[in-house]
Write a protein that binds this ligand. Sequence first.
Ligand code: ATP
Ligand code: MG
Length: 574
Amino acid sequence: MNTSTAEAKAGGSPAPEPRPSNFIRDIILDDLKTNKYQGRVQTRFPPEPNGYLHIGHAKAICLDFGLADEFGGHTNLRFDDTNPEKEETEYVESIQEDVKWLGFHWDGLFYASDYFDQLYEWAVKLIKDGKAYVDDLSAEEIRKYRGTLTEPGKDSPYRNRSVEENLNLFERMRAGEFPDGSRVLRAKIDMASPNLNMRDPVMYRILHAEHHRTGNKWCIYPMYDYAHGQSDSLEKVTHSMCTLEFEDHRPLYNWFIQQLGIFPTQQIEFDRLNLTHTLLSKRKLLQLVQEGRVRGWDDPRMPTLSGIRRRGYTPEAIRNFCASIGVSKTTGSIELAMLEHFVREDLNQRAPRVMAVLRPLKVVIDNYPENQAEEMDAVNNPEDATAGTRKVPFSRVLYIEQDDFREDPPKGYFRLSLGREVRLRYGYFITCKSIVKNDRSEVVEVHCTYDPATRGGNAPDGRKVKSTIHWVSAAHGVDAEARIYENLFSKENPSDVEEGRDVLDNLNPNSLEVIPNAKIEPSLANPTAGSRYQFERLGYFCADPDTKPGKPVFNRTVALKDTWAKVEKKHGAR
Ligand code: ATP
Ligand code: MG
């Protein structure tokens, strides 16, 4: 099924199609049928504000918001901010911006830290019920006592403290009487459980750290596993989607919910998105930023939403991609080429075509009058009749792509060479007559003649040429910087590292090429940052925020060649 064209045209808000069938929707449909939640569908997207969102999060966002939208439900944006040392307001803000940019609108905006008082009260209740205790073992000892997958754990010597002693110690933990790491609060479940998460997991740790929202109010913080499920429950989330690594945490979340007798949120796990040549881990992406391996979170090579936005991706392309990959119960890896296919497909519909020359070679048309110029009619978008036409200036001296001329053309090369006639896009037929070389024997100038009768691109005598090349008038063209990107990681699986080496050793040293002196047609002299174009024959480009008046900077979003479309054709429909 391919309805992304319709979607692209829908613009700003997420379109209802395509809606591939998936097992999560089936669960929701079933719950609606049995009236499990009185017909309610409520989801949430729960990022930890410890980094910028990446394309993997887009998959979760599309699912959380998409499914709720489909059933007239609600979706909250909730920050799971239980790690004060790693979290920052900068991240909170970027996450909101990225979710909005993707085209989604949350109903409630919440923070796990909104629930710190409630979570504390519930911890006290669990202590009173004999379901939680303060443990003095060190982190290292707790690890040792936990046992392994094949061996049961051992009870902590502090496990059987009285309720009074636990209440007293927990109160004093909160009051700041003890140093970091000296004590924790643990759930009293089962040290022999085959599920390690159920072996008396830690609920609270002591951390004298300032929180980006609660400041210094707290010096004990709930663990993610103690906060996450109850936060969902407090918001009355009906269907809580998360990635498969949380499957083994579900029994623990359910245990807390049961002990506390609170709203029974249902957790459903799906496969995490992995992309070839890409790392999707905030921790690793942070390292790239901190070590200066990239320019920042929004470097156009980054798989972050802010990076791919700067690169020129559209939200529609990302949503279509997410819809197309669907969800499953097994984790695999998706070809980066597939993501690129979706942005190409979208930009093909909407990006205006322009002419730009990345590596200029001067062409002089000897029989074209000096000091003459004329305006050629060019089509803005052959895929969109409403996009109209524009005028492109033509004159005696032009630039063409160095690649479009060969002194010794190999077999099958049909572009310009000595004696050969080609078509200039929207211009004339020209024939190469002579060349000028510099003292390094490089061709620096090509001399041609043009046939005035071929204006607009056709010969009245019906003679054909085998090639059409793009060009920019030297007198009218504008200098621009073009940034060409390759995969950030050369290896298909960047995490595949040899002993003693780091993932970052797999970085592609040639992931960025800066072309400082490209020539572009004058209509592009002052682009708005973020505007997208197809540079004819070269690819899709997006104006970078580094653009200065008179000095545009363009990022290549993606080249024109679509390897994924070929794969698809070979294997039938996707
Ligand atoms: P990372 O490992 O990159 O730090 P995370 O899982 O720690 O990611 P969270 O902020 O906790 O990041 O994620 C918010 C939501 O996004 C969670 O529900 C999580 O399951 C989901 N998510 C994170 N990464 C992916 C991914 N690669 N594919 C699909 N969903 C993801
Ligand atoms: Mg996480």
